[in-house]
Ligand binder design. Structure first.
Ligand SMILES: [Zn+2]
Length: 343
């Protein structure tokens, strides 16, 4: 056993085509852990350093020439120890214990029971995957991180899920939110999922934009309609007011109010054909500098001065509101001005 360092030297140097172990060692890296029977079909193999009979091996790989050495776990541990005591630096071989811990950690997270169970039902799987699975069965962990990752990649590329199972609640919601959803497969692999998710996202965004535009058009149409209706109502209202004046000139009038201070009080009035029409002070209305239609409610100086109320359009602009046209006011009007006819 004390000659082992010479074997290391010889084997590694030969396999690396180098002169010294110090030169050769940095070229080697840990590759994977294997089971002889799974790899070769024979129950036993021999360590490529010490030729001892082995059932499991550690594979180390030369990064320069891609050559593998399959060695026993003992030899591997001793090799590491030897390289350490010889202070050979830049060695890329990690401690077996450490490496296995990392593999196990990855496997615990990714190679769950449900995950591994799926492979059992698969009829056609590549040999390398089969070998990895056989090692997992035997050792309870995969040969290397790389093979474990390959397993995950294979799973992602081949295991089909119903799409509904894979989409997020938000994505499902989006698909139901707009009309004409994109054509999507019923089932999907994890590998193909991001592309489908992107498709949904892009479609939803476009649909949302279309909806926004439709809403905007609708809003503009409503606005236009409202403006048109308002204009029509105003025309209708004006025509109605003109009709009232024409049919009943003693009750309705029109003019442009002006302001004056009369006996210390503000007063709004306009003159028409020698008569003065004064806005009722009971009406809290601010005079406008445009033509206003009014109802005559009281005659204060016969044929000379009248108290009037404005005729206005209702809030929606649909009809003319005659504030003064109430039975009580009408009776009063008749009493004061009996010769005036009222419609
Ligand atoms: Zn050995």
């Amino acid at each position: 056993m004390h000659y082992k360092h010479e074997w290391f030297e010889k084997t590694l140097v030969n396999a690396s085509a180098k002169k010294t172990l110090a030169e050769a060692a940095p070229e080697w890296e840990f590759s994977h852990i294997g089971v002889v029977e799974i790899t070769t079909g024979k129950k036993y193999g021999s360590c490529q350093i010490c030729h001892a009979r082995i059932m499991q091996f550690v594979a180390i790989r030369n990064k320069k020439n891609g050559m593998y050495l399959l060695i026993g776990a003992d030899c591997y541990d001793k090799l590491l120890h030897y390289l350490a005591t010889e202070k050979i630096e830049a060695v890329t071989l990690v401690e077996r214990r450490q490496y296995i811990a990392a593999i196990k950690k990855y496997a615990k997270k990714n190679l769950t029971v449900a995950f591994l169970a799926w492979f059992k039902g698969q009829k056609t799987i590549p040999e390398t995957i089969k070998e990895t699975l056989a090692v997992i069965k035997k050792l309870k962990y995969p040969p290397s991180l790389k093979t474990a990752e390959e397993l995950v990649e294979y799973y992602k590329a081949h295991r089909r899920f119903s799409l509904a199972q894979l989409l997020t609640d938000e994505e499902q919601y989006l698909l139901e939110s707009y009309s004409r959803p994109p054509r999507l497969p019923k089932t999907c692999t994890l590998k193909a999922l991001p592309e489908i998710q992107e498709k949904i996202r892009a479609w939803a965004e476009a649909a949302k934009e279309r909806e926004r535009q439709r809403e905007e058009e609708k809003r503009l149409r409503r606005e236009e309609e409202r403006e048109k209706n308002q204009k029509l109502a105003k025309e209708k209202g004006l025509a109605e007011m003109e009709r009232r004046i024409k049919e009943n000139p003693s009750r309705y009038q029109k003019g442009v109010f002006q302001r004056q201070i009369f006996r210390g009080k503000e007063e709004w009035f306009f003159r028409q054909n020698g008569a003065k029409y004064i806005l009722s002070d009971r009406f809290g209305w601010e005079g406008k500098s445009e033509t206003t239609y009014v109802t005559i409610t009281r005659e204060i100086i016969p044929d000379r001065a009248y108290i009037v109320w404005p005729l206005i359009m209702d809030t929606w602009g649909w009809s003319v509101v005659d504030f003064a046209w109430r039975p009580k006011e009408e009776q009063a009007f008749r009493k004061i001005h009996p010769h005036h006819s009222i419609t």
